[in-house]
Design a protein around this ligand. Sequence first.
Ligand code: PLP
Length: 383
Amino acid sequence: MIPLAKPYLTKEEAQAAYDTILTGWITQGPKVQEFEEKFASYTGASYAVAVSNCTTALHLAMIVAGVSTGDEVICPSMSYIATANAIKYVGAVPVFAEVLPETYNLDPVDVQRKITQKTKAILIVHQIGLPADIDAFAALCQKNNLILIEDAACAIGSAYKGKKIGSHSDLVCFSFHPRKVISTGDGGMITTSRKDFYKRLKLLRQHGMSISDRVRHEAKSLVFEDHVEVGYNYRMTDIQAAVGIKQLDKLDWIVSERRKIAMAYNNAFSEIPFLQLPFENDGYFSNYQSYCVYLKRSSPLSRNDLMQLLLDSGIASRRGVMNAHRETAYAKDAEGLSLPISEDLQDNTIILPLFIPMGKDEINYVIDTLIGALKSNVASEAI
Ligand SMILES: *Cc1c(COP(=O)(O)O)cnc(C)c1O
């Protein structure tokens, strides 16, 4: 069976976790700080704040952006559901805008149409690793006095106009879930260039405590903490951070290996008229967190039949990105909403296996099986 994905973890990560456990300091401490510094330096951001996952990162981003009850935040429905959930956590309303059929990323024209007096922020998503057009949304935000938040859960190691994702705006949220490009089991990070955001994020992730455990532990004279606002426990552990440091060292290599596999798929599928391949315009650099193809109307096989055929051949695949507004939890938000492009993409896209190391034989088996399935069905339809 060829899996869809698997994290690239080695003995180095296991050793780092082992060593950290034996130091006796296992939750947020020196390793978290080291990971944050390295992450900020990697992305080119001024500051990075580690948290428990990207969902909690998005929640804290909403809070420091000042989003609260009754505010509207424009975001795609076509995203993992955590994007919209984070808006709900602060009592705000997710306003779903349409995506572009080539890039799966938010359409600036539809976003502009959906700005109202109540709009407070735009939450863009770099879908499956391909950056959205950050400049277009930054301009919209500036013009309308809105805050830009980036859901970069999938986009660690991706770049936009020559700069790494994480360096363009003031609230960029990352995930280290095993399904993303590097992993700490679970984990998240927020990058920012604003010192006020940085300080507040550090408070909020640890119960609003004015003094961290570590500072208190290392103090030579008595210090007492104050809880200056109602915060959360969204800490990352030092065990996770130690793994993250090793993963970050490998990130550029992981991305370049992922891109080689994506290019092999692109080359092989370019001759198949039924497939729309991933899109990467000049100035956009994807980490290929997922490799997703769109099955055109002309395809002789339905998306689900093709997925079943792949499964029968021992190849895992997944349907494309979900639409939050089609989930039961969002039934009310979906009333009267029309997002034909997002729905069509959800219904007619397939995510194919991409992980490292992925052998040439495995890559070719996926390619041959998929092309073979489409071709043989064309032939049988012709008969
Ligand atoms: C995975 C993902 C999240 C959630 O990340 P967690 O770290 O699992 O909380 C949020 N948004 C998008 C777009 C994602 O793909």
